[in-house]
Design a protein around this ligand. Structure first.
Ligand code: GRF
Length: 202
């Protein structure tokens, strides 16, 4: 059997996308395995959920490092020690530096709650409503050095309904996030396996 692609999930909070990815990766034919969950926040609720789901989870407390470079160096070491090949940001609220992104080029995915390239950045549901949009959604994309600007892998659209507030709209988008993030991870992991097999043959 082809080995599955060892994947780390980086979180900062409740971890609902993380749970969707862990659950999907239980399927025997899923191309990625969730090797590790890491949080930059020691009190992230997702850490406990990951352990309950049988996945190793640890905090790398951002505040215990002198700066971003030291934090990212510790993160990089941790990922390499766990033989991680692919990283999924799942509600990870820290912007990774260009050198870190470069080191992991083509191997970091993120989920963003808008139809990119529209509504990059924060407060996307509030902004979709304020702009009177009729449609909204979510995007899984590769992470590049520019925030929320890397190549799109999968998107899903939802309607904005009369009477929506940011909470109802976010809940409708979140259902789609949980559906498309596993699809995108499986797709990218399959591509990496093919590329790895080709490289091994060459
Ligand atoms: C999601 O809305 C995701 O799109 C955004 O942060 C939120 C994380 O939620 N990047 P959760 O921690 O996965 O529940």
């Amino acid at each position: 059997m082809t080995p599955r692609v060892r994947t780390a999930l980086l979180i900062s909070g409740r971890g609902s996308n993380m749970r969707a990815l862990i659950a999907a990766a239980r399927a025997p034919d899923f191309a990625a395995e969730i090797a590790l969950v890491l949080s930059d926040q020691p009190d992230a609720a997702g850490l406990e959920s990951a352990r309950k789901m049988g996945v190793a989870a640890a905090a790398l407390d951002f505040r215990s490092y002198p700066g971003k470079a030291e934090f990212e160096s510790a993160l990089d070491q941790r990922l390499r020690a766990a033989r991680v090949e692919l990283i999924c940001l799942a509600g990870f609220m820290r912007i990774l530096s260009a050198p870190f992104v470069e080191q992991w080029s083509g191997r970091i995915l993120n989920i963003h709650p808008s139809l990119l390239p529209d509504l990059r950045g924060l407060k996307t549901h509030e902004r979709a409503l304020a702009e009177g949009r009729s449609g909204h959604g979510c995007t899984v994309h590769y992470v590049s050095a520019d925030l929320d600007a890397g190549p799109v892998i999968v998107q899903a659209r939802v309607p904005v309904l009369t009477g929506d507030d940011a909470e109802t709209l976010a809940a409708r988008v979140l259902i789609e996030e949980h559906r498309i993030y596993p699809l995108a991870l499986d797709k990218v992991a399959r591509q990496l396996r093919v590329a790895g097999a080709r490289a091994a043959q060459a």
